[in-house]
Design a protein around this ligand. Structure first.
Ligand SMILES: [Zn+2]
Length: 99
């Protein structure tokens, strides 16, 4: 693991490694279940870190100062991350090769 990794890169890499480790530990595990569990934990942690500080004037917390705004921010992050993933498009997609 590189010393120059950002906390973002390190967290993303370790999440994938955790998934691989759990899959290797339990060969009967359903990979979709493992992935859903990783996602549940990631969302829990993301929401935990986005709790507003309570200062109504805080500019950092303004965009995430209600549950609905946090959910909107989470949806935007998920959309961006999914669309930028190398696995977003699959050669086996039903609409593959029809562009
Ligand atoms: Zn704040």
């Amino acid at each position: 693991m590189s010393e120059a990794q950002t906390p973002y890169d390190k967290a993303a890499e370790e999440a994938v490694e955790l998934g691989n480790r759990l899959a290797n530990t339990d060969e009967d595990a359903d990979l979709w279940d493992l992935a859903d569990g990783l996602l549940a934990g990631a969302i829990q942690y993301w929401l935990y870190t986005r709790q507003p500080c309570g200062d109504p004037q805080c500019q950092d917390c303004g965009p995430i100062c209600t549950a609905d705004l946090r959910l909107q921010a989470l949806h935007e992050a998920v959309d961006e991350l999914a669309r930028s993933s190398e696995y977003f498009h699959a050669p086996t997609d039903f609409d593959a090769g029809r562009a």
